[in-house]
Ligand binder design. Structure first.
Ligand code: ADP
Length: 590
């Protein structure tokens, strides 16, 4: 039905594509949240690592300080020892060597040794060993100089004799007058500290004032400098033979700002403690990897959560769309049903209009026929008398004449025609209802044919009648039906007369309670006119005097009185067929 318009398109969510959709916005938001989460959590975990590292650093610092201070008083105590003072005053060294060896052994000190004022070692705990200090001169060492000058000397360096690194502490040995007679020194091995750092798996190193790494958990860092040394600084280090034989190459070290630094290409969280003797600095390095890994974990969890919510949103969205689609389908179906109902109603109204129109036409026709009836009654009444008088006059004139007058015959003919006209008009003026009787339609057709036989006999037309063997009985006024058939036959014969083929065929039959008669002629037909037009009273195409145009009007009226139907079909090639249909009597005994 064309009434359904495009406005029934379902009201689905707006189409997407090429626009900044909520979905895209959501994804961008998730991405931003993930970036923020990474940055914040990385900072957080880094600060956690930082405070952990601070704890470790202060622990290491205290162990370093403890290690350095452990024997800080021993040199002073030894400088007061009578054996030491005796040797310093020039006594025999044998007993002292033994004594120092025992001290060193008990305290776990590398070496204890006594130097004279020139720096020459005169007694040593390692006397008799291949790398004994005895006889060696350490006058160039800063710790010796300091002690000689009356202050405690301290120094870290690679042993000039052993080649092993150590921490040196020295104090002056004075005589009773307070004059410095000798210097007593000891050497502590700090490498155990570095070993402890290494075994803990942590990255720690200790640098001196010059930035030289003097102890490190990674041996590769030891004796490297944090920044390249200026030449004069390098010269003074060489003069003290502090790092004899070491090239002191710079470390691959970059402080990247804040607490971060790069060492050997790796990024480290770097903490430094400067609260150590000799301006030493203890460095604690911890990898940024764990903090980064944990930040990634947090970010991945968030991204996972975002992804899960995205999928959930998609599922919900498709469900919502499904519901909307179903709803719109239902609405469309309801609309279609309403449209169909409307179409039916419109069709019913059109049919009613057609019926009304037809009824109006019928009414007009009926009123015209009623007017015609009145006219016909007065005309037939008024003309009846003069026509009768004329017939009498003609008859009287004929009787009085011996020779037959052609004039009287002509007048007689005219009177006959006038009577014929008034007879036809009388049909419209009739008021009585004639009684219906049962009759055979075959008889009615036959009677009409017989009546018209004189017209056919001398003309070119061939008239055929095809009828069933059994009777086709209906109830009605046989004479009236004959009148209808006479009209139709006369019209058919007239139409066929001028044509090439001059056949008129009457066929009679009965189908499902209806009796029908077809009157077919091979005439030219009635063109574009309709049966309605033809059966208008006084419609005729004949020349004046040949027809009055009342035949079909009368016939239609009779057919209607019998509850029948008259139809007509006309084509130029196939001729014209008038068809009559009458309801057959169901109870023939009635
Ligand atoms: P009349 O025969 O007096 O003219 P009718 O009412 O019988 O009046 O017919 C009216 C008109 O219908 C005729 O003048 C003719 O034009 C047309 N007509 C009727 N029957 C036929 C037919 N079989 N073939 C062609 N035209 C016909």
């Amino acid at each position: 039905m064309a009434l359904i318009s495009d406005t029934t398109t379902p009201s689905l969510p707006a189409p997407r594509g090429g626009r900044f959709t909520p979905m895209l916005a959501f994804l961008v938001a998730v991405a931003l949240v993930c970036v923020a989460a990474f940055v914040l959590s990385y900072r957080y975990f880094q600060s956690e690592e930082f405070s952990k590292a601070q704890g470790r650093l202060s622990l290491y610092q205290s162990t370093v300080v403890a290690e350095l201070e452990r024997f800080s008083h021993l040199t002073f105590v030894l400088s007061q020892d009578p054996f030491v003072r005796d040797v310093a005053a020039g006594g025999s060294t044998d007993a002292l060597n033994q004594r120092l060896a025992e001290f060193a052994d008990r305290a776990g000190i590398d070496a204890i040794y006594l130097m004279d004022r020139s720096g020459q070692t005169i007694s040593a705990s390692n006397a008799g060993t291949p790398t004994t200090f005895l006889g060696q001169n350490y006058g160039f060492r800063p710790y010796f100089q300091d002690a000689l000058n009356g202050t405690q000397g301290r120094f870290y360096g690679i042993g000039a004799t052993t080649g092993l690194p150590g921490y040196f502490i020295a104090d002056a040995v004075r005589d009773d007058t307070g004059a410095v007679r000798a210097v007593i020194a000891l050497k502590i091995d700090l490498s155990k500290l570095a070993e402890a750092w290494r075994s803990s798996g942590e990255a720690v190193f200790l640098s001196n004032r010059d930035g030289v790494v003097i102890l490190a958990s990674d041996p590769a860092w030891q004796y490297r400098v944090m920044q390249a040394l200026p030449p004069d600084q390098r010269a003074s280090i060489d003069a003290a033979r502090q790092f004899r034989g070491q090239p002191l190459d710079p470390l691959d070290w970059v402080a990247s700002g804040g607490a971060l630094a790069r060492l050997d290409g790796q990024e480290w969280l770097h903490l430094q403690s400067g609260d150590l003797p000799h301006d030493w600095a203890l460095h604690f390095l911890t990898s940024t990897e764990p903090a980064r890994a944990r930040a990634w974990l947090v970010t991945a969890s968030l991204a996972l959560l975002g992804g899960a919510s995205f999928i959930a949103m998609q599922i919900m969205r498709s469900r919502r769309m499904g519901v909307a689609l179903r709803k719109s389908e239902q609405e469309e179906a309801a609309l279609r049903a309403a449209n169909d109902r409307l179409a039916v109603e419109i069709e019913e109204r059109r049919a009613a209009e057609r019926q009304l129109h037809h009824a109006q036409g019928e009414l007009e026709r009926t009123s015209r026929l009623a007017a015609l009836g009145q006219l016909a009654a007065s005309v037939t009444h008024e003309l009846g008398q003069p026509i009768a008088a004329m017939r009498n006059q003609v008859a009287a004139a004929e009787i009085g004449q011996k020779v037959e007058s052609p004039f009287a015959a002509k007048i007689g003919g005219l009177v006959d025609r006038m009577e014929g006209i008034t007879r036809q008009l009388k049909f419209f003026a009739r008021s009585e209802t004639e009684p219906f009787r049962r009759f055979d339609l075959r008889d009615a057709v036959q009677a009409a044919i017989t009546l018209l036989a004189p017209n056919v006999e001398h003309g070119p037309v061939t008239l055929r009648f095809e009828a069933p063997a059994e009777a086709v009985e209906m109830r009605g006024v046989q004479l009236r039906i004959e009148q209808v058939l006479t009209n139709l036959l006369r019209n058919a014969i007239d139409a066929a007369e001028g044509a090439d083929r001059t056949d008129v065929t009457v066929t009679l039959g009965a189908t499902e309670g209806t009796g029908w008669i077809n009157v077919h002629d091979t005439g030219p037909g009635f063109g574009d006119l309709t049966l309605e037009d033809l059966q208008e009273p006084f419609f005729t195409t004949r020349e004046s005097g040949r027809g009055m145009g009342l035949g079909l009007a009368i016939s239609a009226s009779i057919v209607k009185d019998h509850g029948g139907r008259m139809t007509a079909q006309s084509t130029q090639d196939a001729g014209t067929t008038f068809r009559l249909e009458f309801p057959l009597t169901p109870d023939l005994s009635a």
